[in-house]
Design a protein around this ligand. Structure first.
Ligand code: ADP
Ligand code: MG
Length: 497
């Protein structure tokens, strides 16, 4: 919970990062680049203060401290749970953007509670040891450190989320198939070849990770001897790179040797990372050959994954492919009802209906909205009404109401760089027009729901690969070129009004 949806894509950065790390050009996989975090934090704070004003700054950031930067993930420490959640939810995107502007290595920001409980090193792997009695010990070592910020690594995984069970998963039309498929896999004694791998795909925040963890819990309940390894693809990649650097791939492979079920979350992350992909393919095949079940999640169906080898694509889609569709009003409402009931918070039906109607992006945001309304009710003692919800959520609602169009983006960007609007679709490739055009394509990808080909069409009928290149280019430049980073941030803010 408490996730902030961040439109900032960090995948590309991670790709660059992988290549550099593999090539051994000095980028540290772990513990890298944290020397002048204090100075960077000061710069970020300056910008924050300017933007949100002294008072709000003091309230929320007065006691927030920078922690460490590891593998692209930057940790901040907040004094209380409330501040942590608030900062993450309301300022997460900005902190991330500003920090990226001063340090391109930062791919995501995570806000933790200070002092952190027990060991700080979080793991996003859960392995079930074959001996049931050691399980509680295993869990005790994995403290929850709070929400993470940044797309792609949105949930930094600190152990099986206790509430992500089948029982807590609300089933409706959009997710009934994925739910049934996940249950079926969890209840099976041995994998059926035609259902291996189970590949669950769907948009951000629609319940993929929830289902994965539910499978984990369910298998564990049924048979504690099963060795289930869950990890995020990001974790897989990072660990693999680390193993390459340390010339110790043996230990890495060992991790998968005695596994009965392998679960990899967000496999789209592996796309474009050739060495990791190769290793994943190898791991995958050898487990399948041994008759082990594989469960994968992804934001895209196998057919739409880009930058993966054909043999990999066909392997991914060779079992049971189940998608989670975007949510319907009915599903959102029933999720809200369930969550309010579970939390034992009396919520007027009208408020739930209002939220289900207005927050139609993803379930995570919906949960976040509910959470916020409840917190306001409890902390300030305000009666929960539709007006109150409207008030408390005005920033979210404004975003939801506001649909940015490609036309607006092109106009704004052309104006900003002082070029003719027509240059957005002209074939000219001079840097002076090509760069702004790339910025506009990037923003179109970030701020609209259009696909790459659809965006290409709007920019003088360009190919989707051109758009993809533009998106990557700008992402890369944002990390290295302050002025581009600032332009993009400014334009984004203006467009989102
Ligand atoms: P994804 O992995 O697809 O991005 P998550 O599994 O992290 O999404 O889900 C985001 C949040 O929404 C989680 O807190 C999850 O519990 C909740 N959620 C999503 N779908 C459902 C559902 N059908 N019933 C209950 N909670 C849900
Ligand atoms: Mg997920």
């Amino acid at each position: 919970m408490n996730r902030i949806q961040s439109p900032v894509t960090i995948d590309k950065k991670n790709t660059a990062y992988e290549q550099q790390a593999v090539a051994g050009t000095g980028m540290e996989v772990d513990g890298g680049g944290g020397n002048d975090l204090g100075a960077q934090w000061n710069r970020v704070c300056d910008r924050l203060r300017k933007e949100i004003g002294d008072k709000a700054f003091k309230t929320w950031f007065g006691e927030v401290e920078p922690g460490e930067l590891k593998a692209g993930k930057l940790r901040l420490y907040a004094p209380t749970r409330f501040v942590r959640d608030w900062v993450a939810r309301h300022y997460g995107d900005r902190v991330l953007a500003y920090w990226q502007a001063v340090n391109g290595e930062v791919a995501s920001v995570e806000v933790n509670l200070v002092p952190p409980p027990a060991p700080r090193r979080a793991s996003d792997v859960i392995a079930i040891p074959p001996v049931p009695s050691s399980q509680s010990h295993q869990q005790a070592q994995m403290p929850r450190l709070g929400p993470a910020i940044g797309r792609g690594s949105e949930e930094s995984f600190q152990g099986p989320e206790a509430r992500y069970t089948f029982a807590n998963f609300v089933v409706g039309k959009p997710n009934e198939f994925a739910y049934a498929a996940a249950r079926n896999i969890a209840e099976q004694d041995r994998p059926l070849p035609e259902r291996n791998p189970l590949y669950i795909f769907g948009g951000v925040g629609l319940g993929k990770t929830h289902l994965m963890h539910a499978v984990w819990h369910s298998i564990r309940e049924r048979d504690p001897k099963q060795r289930v390894l869950y990890l995020t693809a990001e974790h897989f990649v990072n660990r693999f790179i680390q193993a390459l650097r340390n010339k110790n791939t043996g230990a890495f492979k060992e991790m998968f040797r005695n596994v009965d079920v392998l679960m990899v979350d967000d496999v789209q992350f592996i796309c474009g990372k050739d060495a990791s992909q190769e290793e994943f393919f190898f791991t995958f095949n050898s487990l399948v050959e041994q008759g082990k079940q594989i469960v994968l999640s992804s934001e895209k169906p196998p057919s739409e994954l880009q930058d993966i080898e054909e043999r990999m694509r066909s392997r991914l889609g060779s079992g049971l492919v189940a998608d989670i569709h975007s949510s319907t009003y009915e599903l959102r409402l029933s999720i809200l009802q369930t969550k309010a009931e579970t939390a034992r918070v009396p919520m007027p039906m009208a408020v739930l209906e209002f939220l289900a109607h207005k927050i139609n992006t993803n379930i995570r945001e919906l949960e976040g909205a509910l959470h916020r309304v409840v917190a306001h009710g409890q902390l300030i003692g305000r009666e929960i009404t539709v007006e109150m919800a409207q008030d408390v959520l005005h920033d979210l609602l404004r975003q939801a109401d506001r649909k940015v169009t490609v036309d607006e983006i092109q106009q704004r960007v052309a104006q900003h760089y002082n070029i003719k609007l027509a240059e957005m679709s002209s074939p000219r490739r001079a840097r002076s027009v090509a760069r702004p055009r790339q910025v506009a394509m990037y923003l179109a990808k970030q701020l609209t729901t259009l696909s790459l080909p659809q965006i290409g069409k709007r920019f003088g009928n360009r190919d989707h690969t051109t758009v993809m290149h533009a998106v990557r280019k700008i992402e890369e430049l944002k990390g290295t070129d302050m002025s581009i980073a600032e332009d993009v941030e400014l334009l984004k803010r203006q467009l989102q009004g």
